[in-house]
Design a protein around this ligand. Structure first.
Ligand SMILES: [Cu+2]
Length: 495
């Protein structure tokens, strides 16, 4: 009996489809005047969309005619890295967060094929903000695991748009990473630039606190309270750091397609040391000029363009700044090329300024429960590199070379290599006062940095195995032991 029912249904659907296509044909042939009507349904050339994973963006569109663009996308639920030692079951468009970047042209007809992986546990759909129609496509694209839905839309408005899953509970689908960007280029095209990148922010809510190791489940209560543990670019802490940093050369113009999936937070997107020459506000047609920080709404976007004039590492942040340094909303753009001392001189002088009574400042250093499972030395080095880049690089510099008269070198540091426990104590408690490193005198302040035992062990293991240092290993147990010893006021004179 159920078989019969299905057959009846199928024939009904087929009839309905036939009816619509007839209607479409009739409509098209009348509107197409006396031109060829035979292929009226499919007059547009068919193009298979090239989709890219962040931070990459598909090539700029050069054609000057409309096309039927076929997009194939698969929703996948996947355990991936959230931070070092922290995993999360992400729900994705295309297997990564954010979802694949789609690039089409104003006036195109987009045929969207949304497949839901047979391995999925949940149904998913897609709401594209570039769609004019109910739910932005959501109702027509509701797709059970192991199925494919097809719907089409015409791109009426150019701009940069967010797409996201809109299956109930919507907040949870978005909160697990189901969002991405679709760019509808205006008919006239976009100006040529040297580099284009895709950066998308999202906030995440986990049962464990920031950095707590293991597979972390989604926390609905924190999500409702809008208290994320992680705020990240491109799906994980450090996704745009170190070797994964964006790159450019001096003199080039960079265009960032910036999105914000939310689900909750609004982003104050800023690149430290750069000014956006041009911002397409909210991803629309309005151009703002000379912008320091641009607001990217949850479920919104912005296009930021700037020429890079000097070399260096430019840090991208959500300028709600605790999110950047404590929750992960920090990425990097590395610019190489010749310096321009007129545009930026570099440090010209450094004089010690220590007002009366000043001492090492301590950043709230609550001992976080250390859940780091025991790592191999190589794993420690790999994770320590990330700790270094977000906590030490700013002062001690990218290759540990330090800054003359201000920050002592960690490269080939006789001070560091002589005594690892002393270095542990510096990280635990900070340090101020005179210090001699490699024969050079320094007299400054290093604040204590809120790191847990594992992070301190990893960063020191990384440093002593890098920058020409003598090698070795620092374990979390060793750090724990030092933590329990009362801080020593100043320990630079003995080795
Ligand atoms: Cu979903």
């Amino acid at each position: 009996m159920s078989n019969l029912k299905i057959k009846v249904l199928v024939s009904m659907v087929a009839t309905a489809l036939a009816l619509t296509s007839c209607a479409q044909m009739a409509e098209k042939s009348t509107s197409a005047n006396n031109s060829n009507t035979t292929s009226a349904v499919n007059k547009l050339p068919i193009i298979q969309a090239v989709l890219t994973h962040a931070p990459n963006v598909p090539e700029q569109i050069t054609r000057n005619y409309s096309a039927k663009v076929v997009v194939n996308m698969e929703t996948q639920e996947k355990i991936m890295r959230m931070a070092d030692g922290v995993d999360y079951m992400f729900w994705t468009f295309g297997g990564q967060v954010p979802g694949q970047f789609i690039r089409v042209r104003e006036g195109d007809e987009v045929e969207f094929n949304l497949s839901n992986s047979p391995d999925s546990k949940m149904p998913h759909n897609i709401d594209l903000h570039a769609v004019t129609g109910p739910g932005g496509g959501a109702a027509s694209s509701f797709t059970a695991p192991g199925h494919t839905s097809v719907f089409s839309f015409k791109t009426l408005n150019p701009g940069l748009y967010v797409y996201h899953c809109a299956t109930a509970p919507v907040g949870m689908h978005i909160g697990n990473g189901m969002y991405g960007l679709i760019l509808v280029e205006p008919k006239g095209g976009m100006s040529k630039v040297d580099r284009e990148y895709y950066v998308m922010q999202g906030d995440f809510y986990t049962k464990g606190k920031y950095g707590e190791a293991g597979l972390q489940p989604f926390d609905m209560e924190k999500a409702i309270k809008e208290q994320p543990d992680y705020v990240v670019f491109n799906g994980s802490v450090g996704a745009l750091n170190g070797e994964k940093a964006l790159t450019a050369k001096v003199g080039e113009t960079v265009r960032l397609f910036v999105g914000n999936g939310g689900p909750n937070l609004v982003s104050s997107f800023h690149v430290i040391g750069e000014i956006f020459d041009k911002v397409y506000v909210e991803g629309g047609a309005t151009e703002n000029k000379n912008v320091q920080t641009t607001l990217v709404p949850a479920g919104g976007a912005a296009i930021a363009e700037f020429k890079v004039e000097v070399p260096g590492t430019f840090i991208m942040v959500d300028h709600s700044i605790f999110r950047a340094f404590n929750k992960g909303a920090l990425g990097m753009l590395k610019v190489t090329g010749p310096e321009d001392k007129i545009i930026y001189s570099g440090k010209q002088a450094d004089k010690v300024y220590l007002p009366e009574g000043s001492a090492a400042q301590s950043i709230a250093n609550k001992q976080t429960t250390d859940t780091t499972k025991s790592l191999s030395k190589d794993e420690q080095i790999a994770q320590g590199k990330n700790v270094f880049e977000s906590n030490c690089l700013a002062c001690h510099q990218a290759n540990g070379e330090g800054v003359p008269n201000a920050f002592p070198p960690l490269a080939k540091s006789d001070f560091l290599n002589a005594d690892h426990n002393r270095a542990i104590n510096i990280l635990l408690h900070g340090r101020s006062g005179p210090i001699t490193v490699n024969g050079k005198n320094f007299d400054s302040v290093m604040p204590a940095i809120a790191l847990n035992n594992g992070q301190i062990a990893n960063v020191l293991t990384y440093v002593i195995n890098s920058f020409g240092n003598n090698g070795g290993q620092v374990t979390p147990a060793q750090v724990d032991k030092q933590r329990k010893v009362a801080p020593v006021a100043n320990d630079n004179e003995h080795g």
